[in-house]
Each structure stands twice: as C-alpha cells, then as structure tokens.
Write a protein that binds this ligand. Sequence first.
Ligand code: AMP
Ligand code: MG
Length: 399
Amino acid sequence: MLELEVALQQILAALPAPVGETVALSDAFERVLAGPLTSAVDLPPFNNSAMDGYAVRAAEVTTATPAAPVRLSLRGRIAAGESGDLEISPGECVRLFTGSPLPRGADAVVMQEDTRLEAADRVLVCDAVEPGESVRRRGTDVRRGDLLAEAGEVLNAGKVGLLAATGVESVSVGRRPRVALLATGSELREAGQPLAAGQIYESNRLTLAALVRRAGGLPKLMPLVPDDPEATRSALQSAFAECDIALTSGGVSVGEMDFVKAAFEELGGQLQFWKVAIRPGKPFVFGRWHDKFLFGLPGNPVSAFVTFLLLARPVLRRWQGAKELALPSIPGVLAESLANPGDRRHFMRVRVDDAGQVFSAGAQASHALRSLAAANGLVEVPPHSTLAAGTTVTVRHWD
Ligand code: AMP
Ligand code: MG
C-alpha cells in the first residue's frame, strides 16, 4: 500500500506536459496562464484627476481657507474622455472630473467640495492642496514592461481586470482536461426512475462533476455501468475515446463483482498502483492507457470525494499548468477532539467557521452524505491518535 505523497508523486510524474491554448480574455476567468504576461502600457496611461474638482497650481493656493479663499479664473473644462489639450496660466484653473486628463501647467486638483463657483468664469478655492494632490500620475500603478502575471497563476477577477486595463484581448492558458465520469454498480439508478428493492440513486457523478469543474476540468457524465465485465470494458473504451481521463467510482475493491481493474487491463491499460494508505479511500486505482489515464475511485461517496480531492484534483490542476496543486490550507483550532483508532491516516470531514473553530462535520462513515454536505474541509488525524480539543490543526479547505 502506497503512502499518499508517494502515490501522488507517481501520478504527477506520469502526466504529459501542459499544452497551451489561446482564449479571449472574456473566457479566461479561473484559467491557468501558460506564460508570463508583461504590460504593454503604463497605468494610469496619463496624468488624470482622482476627483471632481479644479486643476490648479498648488503653489497659488497655499493660503486658501474658507474665510480667505483664493480667486482663480476658470480657463475651461476637460471631461473624462477628452484629450485635455489645455494649458493653465498663472491665476487660472480648469474644471475636471474623475478620470479627466490633467491640463499642462497644473500639478494638483482641488476637490469640488473645497471650492465655490463665484461666477461662470470665477472659482473661489477654500482649501490649500499639496503638489500632486488628487492627481493619479501616469505609470504609478503599472509601468510598461512590468510583469503582470506569471505562468501557472490562476486568473482571478482582479487579474482579469488588470489585464483588461492594459489592453489584453486574449491570453494563452493551459488546456483543460476532459474528464469522463463513470459510475459502476448494478444497484445504481438515475434520478427520476423508480427504485426497486436493493437499488439506490447514483450520486457520485454529480458530486465529482462539481469537483472537476471547480478544479478547472471539463466533466462529461457517462451512462451508468452495471457490474459486468463486458459493460465495464466498453464503458472505459468510450471514456478514453472522448476524454483524457476516465474517473470511475466503485468496482475497485476486492469483491468478485469489482470489474474495473480487470476490464482496464483487458483493454490494454497498465495499472500503475492500487491502494493508498488513507482512510477513507484505500482501494484507489491509478492506471495508464496510451496517453490517457484511469483514476479508479472507491464507490462509497465519501471515499470518492476524499480520494478525488487528495489524488485527482492535483492532477487536473497540473494538467492545466497550475503552480498551486494542493487544496488551500488554513489554520484552525479544534473545538472538539478528533480520534483515529485505526492504522491508516484518517482525513476527517470538518466544518471550520469564520473564527477558525473546527468542528467534526458529523458521522465519519464513508457512506455518510449528510456530514459530507455539512463539511468544508478535511483534517488529517494520524493513525492511533487523538487530537485534543484546542489543538491547532491545518484544514484543507474546499468551499
Ligand atoms: P463499491 O466501491 O462498488 O464496492 O461501492 C461501495 C459502496 O458505495 C456501495 O454501497 C455502493 O452502493 C456505493 N456506491 C458505489 N457507487 C456509487 C455511486 N455512484 N453513487 C452512490 N453510491 C455508490
Ligand atoms: Mg460496486
């Protein structure tokens, strides 16, 4: 049985190098950048006003107070979007709005609230300003040539905004893996169908589809696969025909009704390993079929969920070239003790609140879906040990 980290290393080492594709910036949210991006422009691109007000020479209004305002003559007006081809001479000011280009000769903006319009062409300035006040100077945010984002970074909303502001239209990002979702088990039924005795509704494909999408992959739901060697073979075949990765659930244990490993090998697939020393999720299978991959998750919904997060999610991130592969880790303090009497590392479902208090999400059995739905993280509890209330732990967080 492999240690989790060894298993993950083996999987990552088998993956192809990320492939880039060009997408419009409007489609690039949450995609992974394939290469570094530098700015072609300065931001702001020109000196402009941070306020609605009047462009002045700061030195001319140093004595201005409400009781003794400084009188300036109004030279004109520059609206946002106008070229601002104006120059102020001594004793003059220019009406500006937020984003208006600063006229030549001006070095500060007096905000409107600190002025009074005395006549159509005369302004009383009632407060002094420092040189540069309320002026957004060219290049103070971004300089032309600055690194905006690096290869492997995920484009969040702010980064998309930064790139848009520098005029970027399209970006090269890592291709997203297509992931076929196969659920094996003759007991499984689709929602909407009546359940006969012994049958249950299938739930792993939708759960995994959500996790795949969150990780940047493209999930494809495949038809249910009964516990039958031929059906399992042909299901895997269709998965590999359409997708990069076959993500199966169920049928990888030791029972005589578990057909995934055998069917995969009959197709010519090479099993790389089976079983990882974790709980839940021991009977995890990783295999390779030409340039495609099999991730065989256990069928129990919680086992499928946890093994996906620990072993398949990093693969989907790496496939796209992401630097960060692991789930975000946040510190927390146990509000109650967590015990693991077993001999495998137990990844327990927890709920961490906004104050960093960590609670067990409920029953930890690997079929228990209520606690999965309540959980937003995993805490690792080592074999044969109890983490007491008050212990600081690392929560692998997914919501
Ligand atoms: P298996 O790994 O095939 O032995 O399945 C273990 C347990 O998980 C059994 O109780 C199955 O009925 C259940 N199970 C397997 N696949 C699914 C699925 N896709 N949705 C819900 N339950 C499942
Ligand atoms: Mg089964």
